[in-house]
Design a binder for this molecule. Structure first.
Ligand code: SF4
Length: 337
């Protein structure tokens, strides 16, 4: 799988100015600029920055205002401050040479595990993982990880998997191949599995879960609730029901459970209604604010394997008084005007 991915990368790699050589200074500047910013937006800033400050020495001689000027419009100015301060640290503590050990790179201001892994693997070919959102998504799909990728435990598991995959291969090419795969093929929405170079190793693709994974749930505040909300269908029918009490009393709603993933939804639904169903795709994240409470709904489409009570024809939905929160969910699935 690693070789298939690397071969694909070598033939299709995106052309970026920071890929012209493996100078750690150039890679460092690019990785900092790419934090929270797209590659397209970064390219002109990067070229201007490197023209003005081609090395650590020239950067260390600049004033903070000079650096800010070149950063103008890129946002997150703490990155510019960290770069400026780090250039002085490298001049004073490392004789003007970009540090060459992982520990020293990690000690620099504004450099966390992802950036240190990226710099050390790309510039020095160290077998170190560089796990960001792209890599979490790809690995969750490849290995069918059904847990929340925002949990530290899952991040650690993915880091461990990547560490194993790096054994005996070129870490610079492998990590950059993952970056390119995540940006161009294994995208968050509509992954292009039909042209993916590693689809034959991907469990999500083989089990049709590529639009369900990864599970990504942000922690909510105490008074907020996270739901997995189901657009549960059976042929041309949909499951909605009226609630007797609570925030939505006397209104129709879609089934939902305060659980972390569509797989836990299936368990809870089967327990409550005694029928089985399967998840088809993730539809949308929806936030609905009540006076004292906010609902964060992860809306998924599920198909029932057999009918359940309370099914109504989909084309009669507009005859029911449906809660606003669930109207939003149905609209997201184009079932409601
Ligand atoms: S087959 Fe699809 S889901 Fe799997 S890694 Fe490739 S693009 Fe991603």
């Amino acid at each position: 799988m690693q070789n298939q991915l690397i071969n694909w990368y070598l033939e299709n790699k995106r052309d970026f100015p920071w890929r012209e050589n493996q100078d750690p200074y150039r890679i460092w500047i690019s990785e900092i600029m790419l934090q929270q910013t797209t590659t397209e937006a970064v390219i002109p800033y990067y070229n201007r920055f490197l023209e003005k400050f081609p090395n650590i020495y020239t950067l260390s001689q600049a004033t903070l205002d000079d650096v800010y000027k070149l950063w103008e419009g890129l946002g997150y100015y703490s990155r510019a401050r960290n770069i400026h301060a780090t250039a002085q640290i490298i001049m004073n503590d490392f004789n003007g040479v970009f540090p060459t050990t992982h520990k020293d790179v990690l000690s620099l201001k504004g450099i966390g595990p992802y950036t240190a892994g990226a710099i050390c693997s790309i510039a020095y070919h160290m077998p170190l993982p560089a796990v960001d959102g792209n890599v979490l998504r790809i690995i969750a799909r490849l290995y069918d990880i059904e847990e929340n990728i925002l949990e530290k435990r899952v991040n650690d598991e993915v880091t461990h998997i990547i560490q194993g995959l790096l054994d005996g291969i070129n870490p610079s090419d492998f990590n950059q191949a993952l970056m390119d795969l995540g940006a161009t093929i294994c995208r968050p929405k509509n992954p292009k599995c039909e042209i993916c170079p590693i689809s034959n190793s991907c469990i999500a693709f083989q089990t049709h879960k590529q639009t369900v994974l990864p599970i990504r749930i942000t922690k909510t505040k105490k008074q907020d609730i996270h739901y997995v909300t189901g657009i549960v269908t059976y042929n041309d029918y949909i499951h909605i029901f009226k609630t007797e009490s609570g925030l939505l009393s006397n209104l129709f709603q879609c089934p939902q459970f305060n659980v972390e993933s569509p797989f836990s939804f299936i368990e809870a639904y089967t327990k409550e209604y005694g029928v089985t169903l399967h998840v088809v795709s993730h539809i949308k994240k929806i936030k609905h604010v009540f006076t004292h409470r906010t609902w964060y709904m992860d809306v998924y489409h599920f198909q029932l394997d057999q009918p359940v009570e309370d099914l109504i024809p989909i084309n009669t939905l507009d005859q029911y008084a449906i809660s606003t929160a669930h109207q939003k969910c149905l609209k997201a699935y184009h079932l409601y005007k």
